[in-house]
Design a binder for this molecule. Structure first.
Ligand code: DX5
Ligand code: ZN
Length: 224
Protein backbone atom coordinates (compact mmCIF):
# COMPACT_ATOMS: atom_id res chain seq x y z
CA UNK A 1 0.00 0.00 0.00
CA UNK A 2 1.41 3.37 -1.04
CA UNK A 3 0.74 6.64 0.73
CA UNK A 4 0.26 10.12 -0.72
CA UNK A 5 2.19 13.00 0.89
CA UNK A 6 1.06 16.37 -0.50
CA UNK A 7 3.84 18.93 -1.05
CA UNK A 8 2.55 22.16 0.45
CA UNK A 9 4.56 24.07 -2.16
CA UNK A 10 1.68 23.25 -4.53
CA UNK A 11 -0.95 24.80 -2.23
CA UNK A 12 -2.56 28.23 -2.48
CA UNK A 13 -0.66 30.11 0.25
CA UNK A 14 -3.35 32.79 0.51
CA UNK A 15 -5.74 30.07 1.79
CA UNK A 16 -3.21 27.91 3.63
CA UNK A 17 -5.50 26.97 6.54
CA UNK A 18 -8.22 25.78 4.11
CA UNK A 19 -5.66 23.89 2.04
CA UNK A 20 -4.33 22.03 5.08
CA UNK A 21 -7.88 21.30 6.30
CA UNK A 22 -8.73 19.93 2.87
CA UNK A 23 -5.72 17.59 3.02
CA UNK A 24 -6.93 16.40 6.45
CA UNK A 25 -10.40 15.82 5.00
CA UNK A 26 -8.85 13.82 2.16
CA UNK A 27 -7.43 11.41 4.75
CA UNK A 28 -3.84 12.64 4.40
CA UNK A 29 -1.48 11.72 7.25
CA UNK A 30 1.86 13.07 5.94
CA UNK A 31 2.61 16.55 4.62
CA UNK A 32 5.83 17.25 2.70
CA UNK A 33 7.32 20.70 3.33
CA UNK A 34 9.92 21.96 0.83
CA UNK A 35 12.53 24.33 2.23
CA UNK A 36 14.71 26.09 -0.37
CA UNK A 37 17.61 28.47 0.26
CA UNK A 38 18.24 30.07 -3.16
CA UNK A 39 21.73 28.52 -3.05
CA UNK A 40 21.51 24.72 -3.10
CA UNK A 41 18.55 25.24 -5.44
CA UNK A 42 17.72 28.31 -7.55
CA UNK A 43 14.56 29.16 -5.63
CA UNK A 44 13.50 30.30 -2.15
CA UNK A 45 10.41 28.95 -0.41
CA UNK A 46 9.64 29.25 3.30
CA UNK A 47 11.26 28.60 6.66
CA UNK A 48 10.58 27.43 10.23
CA UNK A 49 7.86 30.05 10.87
CA UNK A 50 5.69 28.52 8.15
CA UNK A 51 6.41 24.99 9.43
CA UNK A 52 5.26 26.14 12.88
CA UNK A 53 2.09 27.62 11.41
CA UNK A 54 1.29 24.39 9.56
CA UNK A 55 2.05 22.36 12.69
CA UNK A 56 -0.62 24.37 14.47
CA UNK A 57 -3.16 23.57 11.75
CA UNK A 58 -2.91 19.77 11.57
CA UNK A 59 -1.92 16.58 13.37
CA UNK A 60 -0.31 15.22 10.19
CA UNK A 61 3.28 13.98 10.26
CA UNK A 62 5.45 16.84 8.96
CA UNK A 63 8.21 15.70 6.63
CA UNK A 64 10.60 18.62 6.13
CA UNK A 65 12.74 18.42 2.98
CA UNK A 66 15.77 20.69 3.35
CA UNK A 67 17.14 21.85 0.01
CA UNK A 68 19.84 23.84 1.78
CA UNK A 69 23.60 24.09 1.34
CA UNK A 70 24.13 24.12 5.12
CA UNK A 71 21.19 22.15 6.52
CA UNK A 72 22.89 21.42 9.85
CA UNK A 73 22.53 25.07 10.87
CA UNK A 74 18.75 24.68 10.89
CA UNK A 75 18.04 21.18 12.23
CA UNK A 76 17.16 22.52 15.66
CA UNK A 77 14.97 25.36 14.34
CA UNK A 78 12.90 22.96 12.24
CA UNK A 79 12.64 20.42 15.06
CA UNK A 80 11.34 23.16 17.36
CA UNK A 81 8.92 24.29 14.67
CA UNK A 82 7.31 20.84 14.68
CA UNK A 83 9.16 18.76 12.07
CA UNK A 84 8.59 15.02 12.57
CA UNK A 85 11.20 14.12 9.96
CA UNK A 86 14.09 16.13 8.55
CA UNK A 87 15.60 15.16 5.22
CA UNK A 88 18.81 16.63 3.82
CA UNK A 89 20.68 16.01 0.56
CA UNK A 90 23.60 13.61 0.12
CA UNK A 91 25.03 16.25 -2.25
CA UNK A 92 25.77 18.62 0.67
CA UNK A 93 27.45 16.08 2.92
CA UNK A 94 29.47 13.13 1.62
CA UNK A 95 29.63 11.62 5.16
CA UNK A 96 26.02 11.96 6.22
CA UNK A 97 26.09 9.67 9.27
CA UNK A 98 27.02 12.63 11.47
CA UNK A 99 23.97 14.61 10.36
CA UNK A 100 21.70 11.59 10.83
CA UNK A 101 22.86 11.42 14.45
CA UNK A 102 22.29 15.14 15.02
CA UNK A 103 18.74 14.92 13.67
CA UNK A 104 17.85 11.85 15.72
CA UNK A 105 19.20 13.46 18.89
CA UNK A 106 16.51 16.10 18.42
CA UNK A 107 13.87 13.37 18.59
CA UNK A 108 13.13 13.64 14.87
CA UNK A 109 13.26 10.99 12.14
CA UNK A 110 16.07 11.37 9.59
CA UNK A 111 15.94 11.24 5.81
CA UNK A 112 18.54 11.33 3.05
CA UNK A 113 17.78 12.62 -0.43
CA UNK A 114 19.54 12.29 -3.78
CA UNK A 115 19.28 14.31 -6.95
CA UNK A 116 18.47 12.73 -10.33
CA UNK A 117 22.10 12.81 -11.50
CA UNK A 118 23.43 11.00 -8.42
CA UNK A 119 23.42 7.18 -8.37
CA UNK A 120 21.20 5.66 -5.70
CA UNK A 121 23.98 3.15 -4.95
CA UNK A 122 25.78 5.91 -3.04
CA UNK A 123 23.06 5.88 -0.39
CA UNK A 124 22.91 2.12 0.13
CA UNK A 125 25.84 1.69 2.57
CA UNK A 126 24.36 4.33 4.90
CA UNK A 127 20.67 3.56 4.45
CA UNK A 128 20.37 1.74 7.78
CA UNK A 129 20.94 5.10 9.52
CA UNK A 130 17.89 6.66 7.89
CA UNK A 131 14.14 6.37 8.32
CA UNK A 132 13.53 7.77 4.83
CA UNK A 133 15.23 7.73 1.45
CA UNK A 134 13.89 10.57 -0.70
CA UNK A 135 14.53 9.89 -4.37
CA UNK A 136 14.23 13.09 -6.41
CA UNK A 137 12.46 12.42 -9.69
CA UNK A 138 13.01 16.01 -10.90
CA UNK A 139 15.89 18.43 -10.34
CA UNK A 140 14.84 20.12 -7.10
CA UNK A 141 13.85 23.76 -6.96
CA UNK A 142 10.42 24.02 -8.49
CA UNK A 143 7.06 22.27 -8.42
CA UNK A 144 5.27 21.35 -11.63
CA UNK A 145 8.16 19.68 -13.47
CA UNK A 146 8.01 16.47 -15.50
CA UNK A 147 8.84 13.11 -13.85
CA UNK A 148 12.23 11.73 -14.97
CA UNK A 149 11.52 8.09 -16.02
CA UNK A 150 15.04 6.89 -15.06
CA UNK A 151 13.97 7.36 -11.43
CA UNK A 152 12.02 4.08 -11.62
CA UNK A 153 15.21 2.00 -11.79
CA UNK A 154 16.62 3.87 -8.78
CA UNK A 155 13.46 3.06 -6.81
CA UNK A 156 13.75 -0.64 -7.77
CA UNK A 157 17.41 -0.78 -6.75
CA UNK A 158 16.70 0.81 -3.36
CA UNK A 159 13.63 -1.42 -2.81
CA UNK A 160 15.66 -4.57 -3.48
CA UNK A 161 18.42 -3.47 -1.12
CA UNK A 162 16.02 -2.52 1.67
CA UNK A 163 14.11 -5.80 1.38
CA UNK A 164 17.23 -7.96 1.05
CA UNK A 165 18.75 -6.39 4.15
CA UNK A 166 15.58 -6.20 6.22
CA UNK A 167 15.83 -2.43 6.69
CA UNK A 168 12.94 -0.26 7.88
CA UNK A 169 13.84 2.68 5.63
CA UNK A 170 10.84 4.00 3.68
CA UNK A 171 11.25 5.10 0.08
CA UNK A 172 9.74 8.47 -0.85
CA UNK A 173 9.60 9.75 -4.42
CA UNK A 174 9.44 13.48 -5.07
CA UNK A 175 8.81 15.43 -8.26
CA UNK A 176 6.37 15.15 -11.14
CA UNK A 177 4.36 12.33 -9.56
CA UNK A 178 0.71 12.43 -10.62
CA UNK A 179 -2.39 10.27 -11.13
CA UNK A 180 -0.97 9.05 -14.45
CA UNK A 181 2.33 7.63 -13.18
CA UNK A 182 1.57 6.93 -9.49
CA UNK A 183 0.79 3.26 -10.06
CA UNK A 184 4.11 2.67 -11.82
CA UNK A 185 6.04 4.57 -9.12
CA UNK A 186 4.37 2.52 -6.38
CA UNK A 187 4.92 -0.75 -8.28
CA UNK A 188 8.65 0.04 -8.57
CA UNK A 189 8.78 0.00 -4.78
CA UNK A 190 7.97 3.46 -3.42
CA UNK A 191 6.26 3.64 -0.01
CA UNK A 192 5.36 7.35 -0.11
CA UNK A 193 4.49 9.43 -3.16
CA UNK A 194 5.00 13.19 -2.84
CA UNK A 195 2.60 15.22 -4.99
CA UNK A 196 2.42 19.01 -5.12
CA UNK A 197 0.78 20.15 -8.34
CA UNK A 198 -1.19 16.92 -8.79
CA UNK A 199 -2.68 16.85 -5.28
CA UNK A 200 -3.59 20.52 -4.92
CA UNK A 201 -4.81 20.63 -8.52
CA UNK A 202 -6.97 17.51 -8.18
CA UNK A 203 -10.74 17.91 -8.45
CA UNK A 204 -11.25 15.26 -5.77
CA UNK A 205 -8.29 15.12 -3.39
CA UNK A 206 -9.81 12.34 -1.29
CA UNK A 207 -10.32 10.15 -4.35
CA UNK A 208 -6.68 10.70 -5.38
CA UNK A 209 -5.45 9.73 -1.91
CA UNK A 210 -7.61 6.57 -1.97
CA UNK A 211 -6.39 5.75 -5.48
CA UNK A 212 -2.76 5.92 -4.32
CA UNK A 213 -3.53 3.85 -1.21
CA UNK A 214 -4.77 1.09 -3.53
CA UNK A 215 -1.42 0.78 -5.30
CA UNK A 216 1.04 -1.87 -4.18
CA UNK A 217 4.65 -2.75 -4.84
CA UNK A 218 4.86 -5.48 -7.45
CA UNK A 219 7.20 -8.43 -7.23
CA UNK A 220 7.94 -7.95 -10.88
CA UNK A 221 9.08 -4.40 -10.13
CA UNK A 222 11.26 -5.59 -7.30
CA UNK A 223 12.99 -8.37 -9.16
CA UNK A 224 13.49 -6.86 -12.58
C1 DX5 B 1 10.92 19.99 -5.90
C2 DX5 B 1 10.24 19.72 -4.56
C3 DX5 B 1 9.00 18.89 -4.69
C4 DX5 B 1 7.93 19.56 -5.47
C5 DX5 B 1 6.91 18.54 -5.88
O1 DX5 B 1 11.98 20.84 -5.68
O2 DX5 B 1 11.13 19.06 -3.70
O3 DX5 B 1 8.52 18.46 -3.44
O4 DX5 B 1 7.32 20.60 -4.79
O5 DX5 B 1 6.00 19.19 -6.69
P1 DX5 B 1 5.36 18.52 -7.96
O6 DX5 B 1 4.54 17.38 -7.46
O7 DX5 B 1 4.54 19.63 -8.53
O8 DX5 B 1 6.47 18.09 -8.87
ZN1 ZN C 1 10.41 17.95 -1.81
Amino acid sequence: MAELAPSVLGADFSRIADEIASADDAGIKILHLDIMDGHFVPNISFGPAMVKTINGLTDSFLDVHLMLSEPEKYFEDFAKAGADAITFHLEVHPQPSEYAGQIKKLGVKAGISINPDNPVEKTLPILELFDFLLIMSVYPGFGGQKFIPGSLDKIRTARRFIDDNGLGTKIMVDGGVDAGNAEEVAAAGADILVMGTAFFGAEDRGALARQVAGYTQSLEGRNS
